[in-house]
Design a protein around this ligand. Structure first.
Ligand SMILES: N[C@@H](CCC(=O)N[C@@H](CS)C(=O)NCC(=O)O)C(=O)O
Length: 213
C-alpha cells in the first residue's frame, strides 16, 4: 500500500533536516518502506483540504490507504508498530522504547521549542535579552539530565529504537543555539543517529527538494 507524507514545499531551514518530515522519512527508511511526498505551501497548509488531514494546519501528515495521521509521535509510533525494525520484540523493552519516544516529545522538545520561539519570534521584544538565559538554562537542565542517564551507552535502552530516533530528532534542533555542543555526550549521540544510513537517506531526500530550482 502506498504511503504518502506531506512536507514543506519551501522549508524555513532550507533543507537542513529540521522540519519534522525528516523524522518520519527516517522512520520509513529504517523499516525499509518506500513512500511518496506531497509538498504543501504555507498557504495550502491552512486550507480546508489540508486541514481535513491535519486540524492544526501543519506538516507532516501520513496517509496509508484509508488511514490518515498527523503528529510525528503518532506517525513514528504507527510505523514502528506496523513494520519491524524500530521496536524490540520483548514486551518490557518495547514499553521502555515507547517511553523514550514520549520523553523526547513531551519532556525534551518543549524547552527547545521555547528557545526557538524566544530567539526567532521574541528576539526584538524589550524583555528578550533578560528572558533568553532563563530559557536556555531550562534546555541545559534537561540536556544534563539526559547525559546522566545515557552515560557511556550508544543508545537509550539497548539497541537503537524509535525512542532514539525521536530523541535524536529533537536534540539536533538544539545545535543552532550552540547548546548541543555544550554536551559532548549528546553531540556524539546525535552524530551516531545522523551516521545511520537510514538517516542519511532521509536527510538527502528532504534536502533534494531544495536543491532543485
Ligand atoms: N507536534 C507536531 C508539530 C508539527 C509542526 O510544528 N510542524 C511544523 C513544521 S516542523 C509546521 O508545520 N509549521 C508550520 C505552521 O505551524 O504553520 C508534530 O510533531 O507533528
Amino acid at each position: 500500500m502506498t504511503i504518502t507524507i506531506t512536507a514543506f514545499e519551501r522549508s524555513p531551514d532550507g533543507g537542513k533536516g529540521l522540519a519534522r518530515d525528516t523524522r518520519v522519512r527516517w522512520a520509513l527508511e529504517e523499516v525499509g518502506q518506500p513512500y511518496q511526498v506531497r509538498p504543501v505551501s504555507f498557504r495550502a497548509m491552512k486550507e480546508p483540504a489540508h486541514l481535513a488531514l491535519h486540524p492544526f494546519g501543519q506538516i507532516p501528515t501520513y496517509e496509508e490507504g484509508e488511514l490518515a495521521l498527523f503528529e510525528t509521535g503518532a506517525i513514528v509510533f504507527h510505523i514502528a508498530e506496523r513494520f519491524p525494525g524500530l521496536l524490540p520484540g520483548d514486551a518490557d523493552a518495547r514499553a521502555r522504547a515507547i517511553t523514550w519516544m514520549f520523553a523526547a516529545l513531551s519532556t525534551m522538545e518543549p524547552p527547545i521549542l521555547e528557545l526557538t520561539n524566544a530567539r526567532l519570534l521574541e528576539g526584538d521584544k524589550p524583555w528578550a535579552q533578560e528572558r533568553l538565559p532563563l530559557v536556555q538554562d531550562r534546555v541545559r537542565t534537561r540536556w544534563a539530565q539526559l547525559v546522566a542517564r545515557l552515560g557511556a551507552a550508544d543508545w537509550l535502552d539497548g539497541a537503537f529504537s524509535a525512542g532514539d530516533l525521536m530523541m535524536v530528532s529533537v536534540l539536533l534542533r538544539s545545535r543552532a543555539s550552540g547548546i548541543l555542543d555544550e554536551f559532548p555526550t549528546l553531540a556524539a549521540y546525535v552524530a551516531r543517529g545522523e551516521a545511520r544510513p537510514a538517516y542519511q537517506r532521509a536527510y538527502a531526500a528532504q534536502a533534494a527538494v531544495f536543491a532543485t530550482p
